[in-house]
Structure formats: structure tokens, C-alpha cells
Ligand binder design. Structure first.
Ligand code: F0G
Length: 447
């Protein structure tokens, strides 16, 4: 009898399968990405999504409290005995009419999925709880990742929760201080190399191979299983209704890949009747996906992409010594490891990709700060992207949109303070210096 749960290479010419008890972060046969697959017909899955709402009544059970594991029937790759949780996924889907006004949508149509409420302050915890559960299942002792910051913070937190050693690789000077402080505080061995995220990613893959470490970047297919639950919580926040659009920033493209898989599976299981459209937003200074998808027309067709086109693109990046650069350091990535899976998600969700400038990102961030729960720069790319798509008329004013705010406002306070200190920014809120004198203070306060 075939396995209920297994890993499968996404390359249709290979399609090799492996047990979930193995840990490979590339197909050992052909080097492509792996998926976690389930034989849904033989697994017990509730027949409606609203069934999961019942878990609120038993939330004193940590797995029912977790915003990831209360959906565990939809990511059933391990048993409860291996499931790790630190209380992730207590997120908020906020209807935000001020942001709707800013982007040109009708009231009641724009919702912000605030992932900053996670224990380490970003969406990464959704993925790490799943990856570390798998790591526990395979008996890993030492894990590693490359990071623009949030992954390292989340990995460090889960590693110490599991009693596991952890090493994080970060590019020198390319990490926001809030994130670096977390990795240090949570006790990660932090290796800063001269280079950017793409350099770190290459090194960490080599190190994991040479030293047999457990890799927790989003190449890890189990991580993406956890990130599917961001979509389940958006549906839950909308009373189990499917929105018209999901808008998400794109960096290493793990989220977008996971979201496409989530909706594909829900549709397959008959738990939703339609799939929302997906908009992935790059920063202009790190726009590989935008270039390949929108400019070069690269598509996922017949289960594959044109690898030669991608190799040629990366070849040109190498030749010109291109380095990505954006204020949204979290998404400053030019060789996204999940490119193929993201293109698959764009095919599943009839998706679009856009690029937005740093200026637009920081203005959008200030709007989320003023009227919402705040967010870090990369997260605001989703709002800037929505605004652009509204201007273009690709997204209608009356369409329901959920934007994923991927990280907490305090992750990168420097960008926020710099913005507000600068006069002339559309939403800047500069502090006023006043002498220590009550009359002068009152005069300033009365304006
Ligand atoms: N937003 C934030 C706040 C992030 O930290 C990241 C990725 C993304 C968006 C992009 O998500 O990779 O799924 O497309 N940060 C990674 C890191 C790369 O190392 O923390 P993606």
C-alpha cells in the first residue's frame, strides 16, 4: 500500500518520492524542490472548514491554541508527539477602511492579515513550528538557515524551544537591528558573512550538506506546510468566505508558494468552491520574479518552467555583478529559492506580479502605522502593490482583498524613525523640540 504522506520531487521528469521520515532539502536524484504530499482519500479530513472553529473551545490544549496546529488535519505529516508549538498563529485579520481609502478600494473591502502578532514577530513562526516538528521527528540536533533577519529570529526561538543547536547566516550590514537582536538574544550562533542573502543561502546549503545539519529555510517543504495556515486564518477571519484577492510581498517566495498549495488542496478537498487570485509584490530593487513573470512571460506550464530562461537570467545577474537593494531588506533577494513553486502558485491562482518603489513602500508603511497595527517595510509592499493594482484597474474597488502584513513594526525602527524625521514626507510625523518651559510647551501644543 502506498504511503499516506510522503515527499515528492516537483520535477515531472523525476517525480521521485521519499518518506516523511527523511530530510532532504533538494531532491537527491535531480536537485529540484520537494513537496509534501498526502493521500487525502485515506486521511480523515473534516468536511467543512467551519469545523476547525470548534477548537476554540479546547484552546487550553496547546495544539488547539496554536493558529497552525488547530488546522492539523490539513498538514498531517506527523503525529502530535512530534508537534512543537510556542503559541504561534494568534494573528488578527483587520478590516481597515482607511487603508482601503488610501489604495482606492471601497470601505469594507480591504483586510490586513497581521502576522506581526506571532511570538517572534513575523509570519515565519507559522513555518518554523512545522519545520521544527519535522526536525524533532527525524531526530535533528543542529539546524541552520540563511536569513534577511526574520527567519533567523524565528529559527533561534524554535531551536531553543526544542533544545536544538542553531546557526544562522546573515549578510553583513543587511539586517534590521530588531531582527539581529532577536537572533542574539535567543542564543543562535550568528555568522555574519560579507555578502548578501543570496551568498548566505549558497553557503548554508553547503554547510548543511557537509555537516549534516537540518536546513530550515523555505527550501524545506515542511516549513511551507505551516505557512498554508495563514490562508486558513484569512478564510476564518472572513467567516470562511474566499476573498477575491490575496496580496503578499515576495522575497524567497515561500509564502506565495505555500498559499497556492493551500488553495489547491482546499479546492481538491471540496472545502472551498473557488480559488482567490494572488498578487505577489516585489521591491523594484529586488525584482527577479517581476522580471521573469511579467516582462519575460515565464509561466508554469505542463508542470514545469523553462529552466533555460531562468539560468540565462541568473547568468546575466552574475555577469553584471548585480546586487539587489531595497529599503525592505527582508525581501532583498535576487535568486528566490522557491521560484518554481511560486510560478506554480501563480498558475493555480491566476496570479499577477508587480514591483513597487522604496518610496511607495515607506509611504504605505506609514499609512499602515497611522491607521492599522503597523508593520515593517517589506510587509508594506503588499499595500503599495494593492494601490498600484487599483490604479491599473486590475483589482476592482469592490473586490475583497486580504493583504498579508508579514512582520512587526518594531523589527526595523530605523526606517520608521528616519521616515518621520524627514520633513515633506506625505505621512511624516516629526517630533517637535521645545524648551523645558510650560508656556512654550502649551503654545506648541495649541499649534
Ligand atoms: N516579509 C518579511 C517581513 C520577510 O521577512 C520575508 C522573508 C518576506 C516578506 C518574504 O517572504 O520569502 O516567503 O517570499 N524573509 C526571509 C528571511 C527571506 O530570511 O527572514 P518569502
Amino acid at each position: 500500500m502506498s504511503e499516506l504522506r510522503y515527499q515528492r520531487c516537483i520535477n515531472p521528469d523525476c517525480g521521485a518520492t521519499f518518506g516523511v521520515g527523511e530530510s532532504h532539502f533538494a531532491c537527491p536524484k535531480c536537485g529540484d524542490l520537494l513537496d509534501v504530499c498526502y493521500d487525502w482519500d485515506r486521511l480523515e479530513v473534516p468536511d467543512s472548514l467551519s469545523w476547525f472553529g470548534k477548537r476554540w473551545a479546547t484552546r487550553n490544549n496547546p495544539l488547539d491554541f496554536s493558529g497552525v496546529w488547530r488546522f492539523r488535519e490539513l498538514l498531517p505529516f506527523c503525529g502530535d508527539e512530534h508537534r512543537v508549538t510556542v503559541g504561534e498563529g494568534q494573528t488578527i485579520l483587520q478590516r481597515n477602511d482607511e487603508v482601503a481609502k488610501y489604495v482606492g478600494s471601497n470601505a469594507g473591502r480591504v483586510h490586513l492579515e497581521y502576522e506581526g502578532c506571532n511570538p517572534s514577530g513575523s509570519f515565519k513562526d507559522n513555518g518554523m513550528t512545522a519545520a521544527f516538528s519535522h526536525a524533532m521527528m527525524v531526530g535533528a540536533k543542529h539546524c541552520a538557515c540563511a536569513s534577511t533577519g526574520n527567519t533567523s529570529a524565528s529559527v533561534a526561538l524554535y531551536a531553543h524551544a526544542c533544545g536544538m543547536k542553531c546557526t544562522v547566516f546573515i549578510g553583513s550590514g543587511r539586517i534590521a537591528f530588531g531582527k539581529l537582536s532577536q537572533a542574539l538574544d535567543y542564543g543562535a550562533q550568528t555568522i555574519q558573512i560579507v555578502g548578501d542573502f543570496d551568498d548566505c543561502m549558497r553557503r548554508v546549503k553547503e554547510v548543511c550538506k557537509d555537516l549534516g545539519l537540518y536546513l530550515v529555510n523555505s527550501l524545506n517543504p515542511f516549513r511551507l506546510e505551516g505557512q498554508k495556515t495563514i490562508m486558513y486564518r484569512i478564510l476564518e477571519g472572513l467567516g470562511w468566505q474566499v476573498p477575491d484577492w490575496i496580496v503578499v510581498p515576495g522575497g524567497n517566495l515561500g509564502n506565495s508558494s505555500a498559499f497556492g498549495k493551500a488553495f489547491y488542496e482546499l479546492k481538491q478537498l471540496g472545502l472551498i468552491d473557488r480559488i482567490p487570485r494572488l498578487a505577489v509584490i516585489n521591491a523594484t530593487g529586488a525584482n527577479t520574479l517581476y522580471d521573469l513573470y511579467e516582462k519575460k512571460g515565464l509561466r508554469f506550464v505542463a508542470d514545469r518552467i523553462d529552466g533555460k530562461e531562468v539560468d540565462a537570467y541568473y547568468g546575466r545577474l552574475n555577469e553584471t555583478g548585480y546586487r539587489p537593494h531595497t529599503v525592505a531588506t527582508a525581501i532583498e533577494i535576487s535568486r528566490p529559492v522557491n521560484l518554481t513553486k511560486c510560478l506554480r502558485a501563480l498558475a493555480i491562482c491566476d496570479g499577477v506580479v508587480r514591483e513597487v518603489s522604496d518610496e511607495d513602500i515607506i509611504d504605505a508603511k506609514a499609512v499602515v502605522g497611522r491607521y492599522g497595527l503597523g508593520c515593517e517595510p517589506a510587509s508594506a509592499a503588499s499595500i503599495a502593490g494593492l494601490k498600484l493594482l487599483r490604479t491599473e484597474g486590475v483589482i476592482g474597488a469592490d473586490e475583497t482583498v486580504a493583504c498579508v502584513l508579514t512582520g512587526h513594526q518594531l523589527k526595523d525602527p530605523k526606517v520608521t524613525v528616519d521616515y518621520h524625521m524627514e520633513k515633506g514626507r506625505e505621512f511624516s510625523n516629526k517630533p517637535v523640540e521645545v524648551a523645558n518651559d510650560i508656556e512654550q510647551i502649551i503654545r506648541v501644543m495649541k499649534g
